[in-house]
Design a protein around this ligand. Structure first.
Ligand code: EPU
Length: 338
């Protein structure tokens, strides 16, 4: 059983690389240990941290920080064409993707190289290149913080949406996810290569009949060319969500900006890439002191070293105000500001 430590720096526990201190900190390596910790600290304020890849710290955490670090991946059930695989919450997401590819299990190759851990992936229904976690999600186990019972959530119960789930809404702060079950394909893999950049990348790799491993390689190449590696430049991936606006508003925008890209959502609404809006507003590559907007992807805010969380937060507010003024669009943050 790990011990609670006092006054611990969280710099290495958040991919933005922001310095902030936890009043109390414990790293747990099993769900039993988590339950014991919760039992012994029932009056403490809690703050749960996984891969720390979707948060911007703007202050010290006056709480018991619980770092979810339980490991393990196993095949739970095999059928002719599919397999149920269980991964513990503390597993690194990309290592889990690589393990699946080594076993020739398909479904998450498009989600290669997404930072973060398995246990936090369902919270915001991670997604990239035409695939979302919900497409392969089977169920997850979570500890109810109040009752300390283990509860299971199936696909329907998780209420997944675009970068959204029950864990960001009515279940927020009430559960800690300890493991996730995925349904992956064993053969006849369904490939998702329609996303423009993937088709192009496979072509430049001279691949005509891609395997799931080829798709993963293509995704890794695209991500590495656009998105900064958090180990080198602190960041939390996309800082904002892509806004969904009404078709009427979109038609007006298109008059002024005929080249604006868009993705269909329904016959009333359309999604516009926030990265395009931010670039158009002149922020791409913009750098202040030690933070700024990444030069290859305007949706990513970066910490070039020792940046202050409040500075980055204030900068994000400036971006939001500018986008509102120029395009009359409200940008919503994807990253959790703490
Ligand atoms: N664009 C620009 N300028 C930029 C960035 C993008 O004009 O600086 C335009 C591109 O030209 C393209 C469109 O915006 O027409 C979309 O760009 P991209 O394919 O890079 O994807 P995105 O919409 O910016 C989303 C996800 C990413 C995910 C990619 C690929 C959100 C908030 N972000 O970004 O997810 O990797 O699609 O599927 O939905 C994340 O959530 O942290 C993340 C990185």
């Amino acid at each position: 059983m790990n011990r609670i430590e006092k006054n611990i720096s969280l710099k290495q526990y958040n991919t933005f690389g922001i310095e902030a201190f936890a009043n109390e900190f414990i790293s747990i390596s099993s769900s039993d240990e988590l339950i014991d910790t919760l039992k012994n600290n029932q009056n403490s304020n809690l703050f749960v941290i996984g891969g720390g890849s979707n948060m911007l710290l703007t202050k010290n955490i006056d709480a018991l920080v619980i770092h979810i670090n339980n490991k393990g991946k196993e095949i739970k059930k095999e059928e002719d064409n599919s397999v149920i695989v269980k991964a513990q919450a503390g597993e690194n997401w990309h290592e889990f993707v690589l393990w699946s590819l080594n076993n020739d299990f398909g479904g998450i190759e498009n989600l290669s190289l997404i930072p973060g851990n398995v246990g936090t992936a369902p919270i915001q229904n991670i997604g990239a290149y035409g695939v979302e976690l919900k497409d392969v999600f089977h169920s997850c186990e979570a500890i109810n913080i109040k009752t300390l019972e283990r509860e299971n959530f199936n696909l329907e119960q998780c209420k997944f949406g675009y970068r959204n789930s029950i864990f960001k809404n009515e279940a927020k702060g009430k559960y800690i996810i300890t493991s996730v079950n995925f349904k992956l394909s064993k053969n006849n893999h369904q490939l998702h290569t329609n996303y423009g950049a993937i088709t192009q990348e496979l072509k430049s790799m001279n691949v005509e009949k891609p395997t799931i491993q080829d798709i993963s390689k293509a995704v890794i190449a695209i991500r590495e060319s656009k998105l900064p590696d958090p180990k080198k430049i602190g960041n939390s991936g996309s800082f904002f969500k892509n806004p969904v606006i009404s078709i009427t508003d979109f038609k007006m925008l298109k008059k002024n900006f005929p080249e604006i890209p868009s993705y269909n959502v329904s016959d009333k609404e359309i999604k516009v890439p926030a990265g395009w809006l931010i670039e158009k507003a002149g922020f791409k590559g913009k750098t202040f002191k030690n933070y700024g907007v990444h030069k290859n992807q305007a949706l990513v805010l970066v910490n070039y070293g020792n940046a202050n969380g409040i500075d980055i937060y204030n900068f994000s507010v400036l971006i939001q105000k500018t986008i509102k003024r120029l395009f009359n669009i409200d940008l919503e943050r994807e990253v959790n500001v703490i």
